[in-house]
Design a protein around this ligand. Structure first.
Ligand code: NDP
Ligand code: MG
Length: 390
């Protein structure tokens, strides 16, 4: 974006979450280049109203019907704000005529229809919600190709790969390796994991994130979802995507080319780096929202292989990736159900991999030719996972 070009107009789905809050910091820091024109959340209308007032936003969508009604009668939004509800409201927002780019940062898969609608309306898509590509990568990528819109990865590892691949041919890539911090339990004795509590799982060593992805980091299901996400984003085979433990979360990926060279991207573990990169791309600008790496201090970067005995969810994700078809969708659905049960105190930590394994073994896997088939498999996997005795 040239200095003299107009502001890029952003719709933010998931404005009240962890990625949403980081995005607000980026937009506030670059008010000369970015303008928020739409905001959506599930139910937190009080926070949405604060954001709408602060950023002077006139289009809001609230998925939950009761929360939407409460928002309309609250009088807390700026006069003239259009407040729409349900999935239709989110989709309407994602296709706002005045929007240039839609950032999807809704936890889970509720952002799928809005993301596809945004692409059909030829909006650029900045994607944080990795679950969408895991569920329906084939259809999201086809929609992006058909629209000619840009698909900009916000997930830090994928944003790093995207940066490393610029100016290179995917055919020259031997493989990509995503880094994983190892989450809250990387140094726990294995036998203690059966007693891990929600509070234990939410103590991430490096990143401050929403609860679902923090639990996914403790199981490494998150890295598994990211391998599948990477496969779709960069057009790779399952065998070309792998993970390595890197405790500092400063190196975000390693891209290995056929000549053995490795390229990487380094920055501190703050999501404002990839968010800013995606929203301003291809321009760059100073990063006022997080401190840069201090190369004046000594620091070490370490790497070690992932122990799949400690992280069965990563093994199951890799098996799903290799199986292809609807297997990743089943993995994702079972994981979502199991993590929700764990977070609600209804299931122990180790029920998460057990639920996924059972669901993958129970649901009939296919190679879907329509999105409706994928959605039917997703619903069936959720039903099976919900009935699994944790
Ligand atoms: P949070 O739980 O912090 O926030 C989730 C956001 O999504 C909230 O704004 C929530 O609204 C909204 N939301 C949830 N369900 C719906 C729905 N059905 N319709 C509309 N809005 C909804 O999540 P995160 O910000 O941590 O994660 C968001 C996405 O980004 C996830 O897919 C995650 O995997 C991905 N991601 C996150 C990273 C991070 O650092 N946090 C890093 C990389 C990827 P409300 O507040 O009203 O509930
Ligand atoms: Mg990530």
């Amino acid at each position: 974006m040239a200095e003299s070009s107009p502001k890029r107009r952003v719709v933010l789905l998931g404005a009240t979450g962890s990625i949403g809050e980081s995005t607000l910091r980026v937009v506030a820091a670059h008010a000369d280049r970015l303008e928020l024109v739409g905001l959506a959340a599930q139910s937190n209308h009080a926070r949405l109203a604060e954001i709408a007032r602060q950023f002077n936003v006139r289009h809001v969508a609230i998925h939950d019907a009761a929360a939407c009604a409460a928002a309309r009668s609250s009088g807390a939004f700026p006069a003239g704000t259009q407040i729409s509800g349900g999935l239709d409201g989110l989709t309407e927002l994602a296709t706002l005529p005045e929007a240039d780019i839609v950032l999807v940062a809704v936890v889970g898969t509720a952002g799928l229809a809005p993301a596809l609608a945004a692409l059909a309306a030829k909006k650029d898509l900045a994607l944080a919600s990795k679950e969408l590509l895991v569920l329906a990568g084939k259809f999201v990528m086809a929609a992006a190709r058909a629209s000619g819109s840009r698909l900009l990865p916000v997930d830090s590892e994928h944003n790093a790969v995207f940066q490393c691949l610029e100016g290179h041919r995917t055919s020259d890539v031997r493989r990509i390796v995503l880094t994983a911090s190892g989450g809250a339990f990387r140094d726990w004795p294995l036998e203690k994991l059966a007693h891990a509590t929600v509070a234990d799982a939410l103590k991430h060593p490096n990143w401050a994130m929403g609860p679902k992805i923090t639990v996914d980091s403790a199981t490494l299901a998150n890295k598994g979802l990211e391998l599948i996400e990477a496969q779709w984003l960069f057009g790779l085979r399952a065998g070309q995507c792998d993970a390595v433990l890197h405790t500092q979360s400063i190196v975000h990926c390693l891209v290995e080319f056929t000549d053995g060279s490795l390229l990487t991207q380094l920055c501190p573990p703050s999501m404002t780096f990839p968010i800013q990169h995606a929203l301003l791309h291809p321009a760059r600008a100073p990063q006022p929202t997080a401190a840069a790496l201090d190369l004046g201090q000594a620091f070490a970067l370490d790497f070690r292989p992932v122990d799949e005995l400690r992280y069965p969810c990563l093994r199951l994700a890799k098996e799903s990736m290799r199986a292809g078809g609807t297997a990743p969708a089943v993995f994702n659905a079972a994981n979502e159900v199991a993590v929700a049960a764990f977070l609600a105190g209804r299931a122990p930590f180790l029920a998460i991999p057990r639920t996924i394994e059972h669901t993958l073994a129970t649901v009939k896997l296919t190679d879907p030719s329509t999105l409706d088939q994928v959605l039917a498999v997703d619903a069936e996997a959720r039903r099976v996972a919900q009935h699994f005795p944790a």
